[in-house]
Design a protein around this ligand. Structure first.
Ligand SMILES: Cc1cc2nc3c(=O)[nH]c(=O)nc-3n(C[C@H](O)[C@H](O)[C@H](O)COP(=O)(O)OP(=O)(O)OC[C@H]3O[C@@H](n4cnc5c(N)ncnc54)[C@H](O)[C@@H]3O)c2cc1C
Length: 397
């Protein structure tokens, strides 16, 4: 049971659409600030991109050369998550591996960019890195330690859900938002349909937060909005072996098939990137598996000899409109306030990463507070969350 006390209830009703990690963190933050929260998720909790991502707790090193601000935010948020959700995280560290001369030449600028972003990267001799992780390709030219990690994609959000519920939030899986009532230029109610019910339900609210990830376009359209969002799917391949205990990455510019993440008894190589119109029913491309396994073998020879456990795709909710494969789009997140689009009382969260879910929620909750003139600071950095086990235990499971 979460023993923290919410701020004095303010009776303002916020309906959150989307029960992934972002929605969970928004529900927790707003509940802690005294709002009356209801969250709707059309499927099982975390059944969107959240339950299907790589599970890398980004130190930000991957982004440091391209965008120091994103890198710094990842590092800061990874440290916060390590403190507040300890039982969903592995403290395993990561190694960036230069396989060829071009990658080896990047090491100094990569380390400098990491240090400028507050990430304590340091070069280690290849022999030392291979003593930690014998799977690293022996032809490696240079190796750099970074504080990457891995986390359980399901369990981490469940701790946020458990905290939100303990603070009074109503969390409703298998309940889909099928309409948004707008009148007088303001969102007034969400029309929802719960699995098994014969009729729709009208949920009156004072504010709507769309935390619907790659589905934000469809949810926005319910209110007549044109939300700038690009679903950008990527494929992941899991094999049945823990090839390394640390996260292994290529010391190249971020690209396809350049990260191996350990998850329990599995190792996951990812990812690819393309764009899709519809984030539902994503099927990996035929050549994704062979491509990813070949790339994994370059980092850790023999990776592909392990039995394949699963191959799947999930869609990143990238902010903005893509050119080609969407790599033109930033990995940063945005809170889009729709008053300028003629729908006050509604905001959409786009972009971001699972690692920064708490920061995304903080910005969204700040927006809701400012809408209603509520002066309650964010306190979600401060408290250790209930275990993911509490989510099930208190549901009587
Ligand atoms: C291949 C891949 C690998 C990634 N790897 C990493 C990684 O290693 N580390 C990292 O930090 N990030 C990673 N990410 C990014 C991360 O997965 C996402 O940023 C994050 O999961 C998005 O969470 P979300 O809650 O915003 O969206 P989602 O988890 O997609 O949640 C949105 C929810 O909204 C629900 N929904 C949609 N429409 C409705 C409706 N009408 N009514 C009710 N509910 C609705 C959906 O069912 C869904 O559950 C990866 C992404 C991809 C695609």
């Amino acid at each position: 049971m979460f023993d923290q006390v919410a701020a004095k209830p303010n009776r303002i009703r916020v309906c959150i659409i989307g029960g992934g990690g972002t929605g969970a963190a928004v529900a927790y933050d707003l509940s802690l600030r005294g709002f009356s929260v209801m969250l709707l998720e059309r499927g099982e909790l975390t059944s969107g991109t959240t339950g299907r991502h790589h599970g890398q707790l980004h130190s930000g090193a991957r982004y440091a050369v391209g965008d120091r601000a994103i890198a710094r935010e990842c590092m800061e948020e990874a440290l916060v998550l390590r403190r507040i959700v300890p039982d969903a995280i592995e403290y395993n560290g990561g190694v960036f591996v230069a396989i060829d001369d071009e990658e080896a030449d990047r090491a100094p600028s990569f380390i400098a960019a990491c240090l400028e972003s507050g990430i304590p990267a340091r070069e280690v001799p290849v022999a030392e890195a291979r003593s930690w992780e014998p799977a690293i390709n022996p032809v490696a030219r240079r190796t750099v330690w970074v504080p990457d990690g891995s986390f359980d994609a399901f369990r981490l959000p469940l701790s946020f859900f458990a905290a939100a519920r303990d603070l009074g939030a109503t969390i409703r899986p298998f309940t889909e938002a099928v309409g948004l009532e707008v009148s007088g230029g303001r969102a007034r109610a969400v029309v929802a349909w719960a699995a098994g019910d014969s009729s729709e339900e009208r949920i009156e609210c004072d504010y709507v937060v769309s935390a619907s990830g790659a589905w934000a376009g469809a949810v926005g359209a319910l209110a007549g909005l044109d939300v700038p969002i690009t679903p950008a799917p990527g494929t992941l391949v899991a094999v049945r072996s823990r090839v390394s205990d640390m996260v292994l990455s290529r010391l190249s510019l971020p690209g396809d098939g350049d990260i191996i993440v350990p998850q329990r008894g599995l190792s996951i190589i990812g990812t690819t990137q393309r764009v899709a119109l519809d984030p539902d029913c994503l099927i990996p491309h035929d050549d994704d598996t062979a491509f990813l396994l070949a790339r994994a073998d370059e980092l850790a020879p023999g990776f592909s000899s392990n039995a394949i456990h699963a191959v799947w795709s999930a869609a990143r909710p990238l902010s903005g409109r893509a050119i080609d494969d969407g790599r033109n789009l930033s990995r940063d997140f945005m809170v889009l306030d729709h008053s300028a689009d003629g729908v006050a009382g509604m905001a959409t969260l786009t972009g971001g990463k699972a690692t920064v879910l708490r920061a995304m929620a903080e910005k969204a909750a700040d927006r809701v507070c400012s809408e209603f003139g509520i002066d309650e600071p964010c306190r979600t950095r401060n408290f250790v969350l209930p275990s993911w086990r509490d989510w099930y235990a208190e549901a009587g499971l």
